[in-house]
Write a protein that binds this ligand. Structure first.
Ligand code: TUI
Length: 315
């Protein structure tokens, strides 16, 4: 399977599934497990200082001989130094999030790293393709964490029609049905974050995974819209406080303060009431913790039945 898939051929991977590069929990443990299982594991650098990222990349190189990627969060205070680490270590792929990576594309390509930015609009996708990126990840607003404004279903086909590089679909995908749907819209690979949070290899605190396990379809909310950086998280004490303050007309700095350190509080300290439990809308469907290898195997082995059902529905 996937012998002719352009993303598999471009990157030398077996299965066209990327693991979203998640801050704090997209560690070398998770990324190497995904790469060893045939997908593309991605280290999430978030706001990590450059030295820590270098150590994480070196761990990942020890734990897998397969291609892997690094995600650079462009709002990081260390973005310039982090990009230099990525250039020095030249992983197979760099993905970017939360901004426009245009200025870094030439240097990354120079060292042979494929550049695959996350885009949330057609305009940015077109601009970056003109700047030489190798593919784009079209990430809809169903995703967890920092999001754009367009949902996956309308975003993928509009980006597919606008660019001549492969498109990886993301946002709201966690099983074979979602993967087939993204392919039907023209994507040639998928990226999943939430599904991999609910893996054995993900180091997220057990309280975090338990809250995701209990989540229903309407359990996520989006904070930070008025601040200009919307983020999808599970509804909890922190989000109640956030919306209360926002409604009372509190200044932006006070709202921003609530967010500082809040992701680590949830992922590492397990405080899922006063921390940010970032997760996508598909979390209502994620009720079990599986080994990474099984997540990938189940995604792939479920595809033929989905395709058969599509075909039989049309007769
Ligand atoms: O980056 C993500 N997801 C993230 S980053 C993160 S850490 C963080 N936490 C709170 C606030 C900000 C960051 C947690 N989750 N996904 C990729 C993504 N990128 N989603 C949307 C975008 C995006 C948005 C605007 C990409 C480009 C963009 O362009 C702006 C421009 O300059 O045109």
């Amino acid at each position: 399977m996937f012998e002719n898939n352009v993303i598999c051929k471009m990157l030398g991977i077996k299965v066209p599934i990327f693991q979203g590069g998640m801050a704090w929990i997209g560690t070398a443990e998770l990324a190497s497990a995904v790469s060893n299982a045939g997908g593309l594991g991605i280290i999430g650098s978030g706001n990590m200082p450059p030295d820590l990222l270098r150590a994480e990349i070196q761990k990942c190189k020890r734990w897998t001989d397969k291609p892997f990627g690094v995600n650079v969060m462009l709002l990081s205070p260390y973005v310039k130094e982090v990009m230099q680490v990525v250039i020095d270590e030249h992983p197979a792929v760099v993905t970017t999030g939360a901004g426009n990576p245009g200025e870094y594309v030439p240097a990354l390509k120079e060292v042979g790293t494929k550049v695959i930015p996350v885009v949330a609009s057609v305009a940015l996708a077109k601009r970056l393709v003109r700047g030489g990126v190798d593919a784009v990840i079209a990430e809809g607003s169903e995703s967890g964490g920092h999001i754009g404004e367009i949902a996956t279903m309308p975003l993928i086909p509009q980006i597919v029609d606008a660019v001549d590089v492969p498109v990886i679909g993301a946002g709201g995908i966690a099983d074979s049905r979602g993967m087939a749907a993204a392919f039907a819209l023209g994507a040639q690979a998928v990226q999943m974050g939430s599904r991999f949070v609910m893996s054995e290899e993900c180091i997220a605190h057990p309280n975090y995974k338990e809250m995701v396990r209990r989540a229903k379809d309407r359990s996520t909310v989006v904070t930070g819209r008025t601040l200009g950086h919307p983020a999808r998280v599970l509804r909890n004490k922190l989000t109640h406080k956030f919306f209360e303050l926002e409604e009372s007309g509190a200044p932006a700095e006070e709202l921003e303060k609530l967010g500082v350190g809040s992701l680590h509080r949830a992922t590492h300290e397990g405080d899922v009431q006063n921390g940010s439990v970032m997760i996508g809308e598909i979390s209502g469907m994620l009720n079990d913790i599986k080994p990474v290898q099984q997540i990938i195997d189940d995604m792939v082995s479920g595809l033929p039945a989905v395709c058969q059902r599509l075909s039989s529905e049309m007769h």
